[in-house]
Structures are given as structure tokens and as C-alpha cells.
Design a protein around this ligand. Structure first.
Ligand code: NAD
Length: 239
């Protein structure tokens, strides 16, 4: 199983990685849909744009609480992916995560399809003043100092368009191997990306639980933790 993964990576001309919240659970950030996931604490609606507009205080209380618990560092999986980029083994990481841990591990080619928690922007399009989300969380003053409109973290909330999806499709369309790590593949439109792997291309899915794509003929699905799986594959790549 891991030998097959290593061989697929060695023989591929363009390996692209797609990561989800499961990539960061080993750093201590909970995912959404697991037994210990965020949706066991809050309803999905809290992370929607309409909820944010109507209840900005509740929204910011949630993310303050969420990020105060996560004094986190990149984990072994993030570090191996960063090393693989430097070795030319992978070309791109498309991530659904908003935690910047790939970049902090040293990966350069990262497309954050759901945005980032690092920065925030005034929602008044004629203002668009930029802030650091950490500064807002310190004071909990989430109204623009310039125009008094709401400031929103630069993340894609439910009921907002995923503007970067076309860029992600183009990246996947050039891949001959897509490696998907820690995603339930239930959140659209990202969940459609495996369908854009070109004819003859292969997909590796490493996820604790099964996904809708596991039984496809071009998929190798591994139900094991990401960290130990990537460590095994990494050893085999460097024999
Ligand atoms: P998800 O919660 O729907 O799925 C995560 C999957 O990862 C689950 O199927 C789980 O079984 C698996 N998993 C968890 N830890 C694992 C591990 N160590 N090894 C192997 N598998 C593991 O998450 P999703 O598919 O990414 O969709 C949720 C959306 O929520 C994302 O689009 C993202 O924007 C957002 N989100 C981001 C973060 C973050 O930035 N760290 C955290 C939570 C949610």
C-alpha cells in the first residue's frame, strides 16, 4: 500500500496535493466532521456569511475561543510536504485550511481555496481597509476604524462564492497524480476537484474515514493517520 504510493509519486510528472482539516488535527486544530470536530460544538450555520452579518459578536466570540486553544505548530505531515516541494516531488498544495500551517512549514506553492485567518478586510467595498485578524481578536473591535462597517476575516464562509476554485481546477487538470489528505470531500465545490484529474491520472486518498471517491478505479484509498502514513511513504521514497 505505502510502496504503491511511493511508486506513484516517483513515477508521476506532476503530483498535486489537496489538503483538508484532517491535515491539521495532528497539530491540535479540530476538524469539522469527526467525533471531536467543530460541528459537535456549534451548528454549521455559525460559519455562514448571513450569520456573520446578523451576529458578528457571536461569530467573533467563536473564532476567538477557537484560536485561543490552538497555539499550534506545523506537524510532521506539513513538514514532509514542504520537503517534497523542495525535492521536486510535488508541484502544488491546494488547501481548504485557513490556518497557514503549510506556509509556516515552508511550502511556497500553496493555494488557499477557502482563504486565510491571518488577515481581515472591511466589508465596505469602497473602503476595503486591511487588518490583522489577531489584532481584532485582541480588542474585539470588529468595526472598521475608517468607515465603521464590519470587518470580516479573509476566509470563505458558507453562502459565499469560492473565487479560487477555477485556479484549483486548472492546477488539478495538469496533474497526473492527486494526493488528497484529511478531507471528508463533502464540502463543495472543492469536493468536485477529484473529477478534474485527467484521463489516466491517479488519486491517492489518505483519510481516517471513507469518502465518496474511495471505490473509484483510479483511487488508492488508505484509512490511516496522515502523519505516520507520510512518514512511511517518505522513507520508501528515500531508500
Ligand atoms: P472535514 O472535517 O469535513 O473532514 C476532515 C477529514 O479528515 C475527516 O474525514 C476525518 O476522518 C479526517 N481526519 C482527521 N484527522 C485525520 C488524521 N490525522 N489523519 C487522517 N485523516 C484525518 O474537513 P474538510 O473536508 O477539510 O472540510 C471542512 C472545511 O472546514 C474546510 O473546507 C476548511 O475550510 C474548514 N476548516 C479548516 C480548518 C483548518 O484550517 N485547520 C479546520 C476545520 C475546518
Amino acid at each position: 500500500m505505502f510502496e504503491e504510493c511511493a511508486n506513484l509519486i516517483k513515477n508521476s510528472h506532476n503530483t498535486v496535493v489537496l489538503t483538508g482539516a484532517g491535515m491539521s488535527t495532528e497539530s491540535g486544530i479540530p476538524d469539522f466532521r469527526s467525533d471531536k470536530g467543530i460541528y459537535k460544538q456549534i451548528p454549521e450555520v455559525v460559519l455562514s456569511y448571513s450569520y456573520f452579518l446578523n451576529n458578528p459578536g457571536d461569530f467573533y466570540e467563536f473564532i476567538k475561543d477557537y484560536f485561543s486553544k490552538s497555539n499550534v505548530e506545523p506537524n510532521i505531515g506539513h513538514n514532509i510536504l514542504s520537503q517534497w516541494e523542495k525535492e521536486g516531488l510535488i508541484s502544488y498544495i491546494i488547501t481548504q485550511n485557513i490556518d497557514s500551517l503549510h506556509q509556516r512549514a515552508g511550502s511556497n506553492n500553496v493555494l488557499e481555496v477557502h482563504g486565510t485567518m491571518e488577515t481581515a478586510t472591511c466589508i465596505n467595498s469602497s473602503c476595503g481597509m486591511k487588518y490583522k485578524t489577531s489584532d481584532i481578536l485582541k480588542t474585539m473591535n470588529y468595526y472598521c476604524t475608517d468607515c465603521r462597517q464590519l470587518i470580516k476575516p479573509d476566509v470563505v464562509l458558507y453562502d459565499e462564492p469560492v473565487d479560487k476554485i477555477n485556479q484549483a481546477v486548472k492546477i488539478v487538470y495538469r496533474a497526473d497524480l492527486l494526493m488528497i489528505l484529511g478531507s471528508s470531500l463533502m464540502v463543495y465545490p472543492v469536493a468536485q476537484l477529484p473529477q478534474f484529474v485527467p484521463e489516466g491520472g491517479r488519486i491517492i486518498i489518505i483519510n481516517n474515514t471513507s469518502t465518496q471517491y474511495d471505490n473509484n478505479s483510479n483511487v488508492l484509498a488508505i484509512h490511516k493517520p496522515i502523519g505516520e502514513s507520510l512518514e512511511e511513504i517518505n522513507k520508501l521514497l528515500h531508500i
